[in-house]
Write a protein that binds this ligand. Structure first.
Ligand code: SAH
Length: 255
């Protein structure tokens, strides 16, 4: 896409900034994944990669008394999370770091839990799994959602759509194998339900599209991005049995 950095930055804020979350998910799914973890220390050190405006970060803070870092590359997302942290009385326990996940500077074996909803694809899932493993203490956990095929035989229209948008998409079984090959023990995994795509993500985004189409009418690259988002929603409406986000919960073995 040839969209300029400046237009892209504006569009990101306008399109994603006001949404309850920046990708599929829900408090119920965050809690379900959390319940699949093994024992955690009383005050775990947690890293939430690609936290966005922090829907799941705040949920995690209600599930653990530990120290949580929300990491994202965009200041507008972290500013919203900072307000949420303040409103929830979590200053001192939940922090934000503006940094690219490609350039994380934490020491090896820093965390008891790494969380990431709908974001590890950005650095490439395999690379992310390896990076996270080195940042986890022995015996520590990773919980991450990743776009996956739910069936082996997706219709060609859908296959083509994701071949352009996310050529690395794998079946759930292949992702399980990949996670194990990257040195994790699988504790469990589940499909995000279709409501997780709509309630806090596609439905509010859909209601923004008419006004955004007016605002960006003279900017063809931005209009193309809006069209792509709407096509993505159409794909989900038609084909959600074939693909979706799989939430994987796993552990770096203790030895
Ligand atoms: N976890 C959130 C957001 C998921 S969307 C949720 O489920 O609602 C993906 C997030 O990754 C966005 O917030 C985006 O700003 C962030 N992101 C994009 N590129 C990134 C990078 N290179 N490093 C860190 N975060 C990045």
């Amino acid at each position: 896409m040839d969209i300029t950095d400046e237009t892209f930055a504006r569009l990101m804020v306008d399109l994603y900034g006001s949404l309850p979350r920046q990708g599929p998910g829900s408090p119920e799914s965050t809690r379900r994944a959390f319940a699949m973890l093994g024992a955690l220390p009383a005050l775990p050190g947690v890293l939430d990669i690609g936290c966005g405006t922090g829907a799941q970060t705040i949920e995690l803070a209600s599930l653990t008394q530990g120290h949580i870092i929300g990491l994202d590359v965009f200041d507008w997302a972290l500013d919203t999370l900072a307000s949420r942290i303040e409103e929830a009385g979590l200053i001192g326990r939940v922090h934000t770091i503006q940094q690219s996940m490609d350039e994380m500077e934490f020491s090896p074996e820093s965390f008891d839990l790494i969380w990431s909803e709908g974001a590890l694809y950005i650095m490439g899932f395999e690379h992310a799994l390896k990076t996270c493993r080195s940042l986890l203490k022995p015996g520590a956990h990773l919980a991450a959602s990743e776009l996956s095929w739910f069936q082996d035989d997706p219709p060609s229209e859908l296959r083509q759509f994701w071949a352009a948008g996310y050529p690395d998409i794998k079946t759930v079984e292949d992702n399980v194998r990949l996670i194990e090959d990257c040195g994790y023990e699988m504790l469990g995994h589940f499909h995000l339900p279709a409501e997780d795509w709509w309630n806090d993500y596609y439905t509010p985004m859909l209601s923004l599209l008419p006004s955004l189409r007016q605002r960006y009418a003279e900017e063809p690259d931005a209009m193309a991005t809006l069209d792509e988002n709407e096509t993505e929603m159409e794909m989900h409406r038609k084909y959600s049995d074939y693909y979706g986000y799989e939430f994987f919960v796993c552990r770096r073995p203790s030895s």
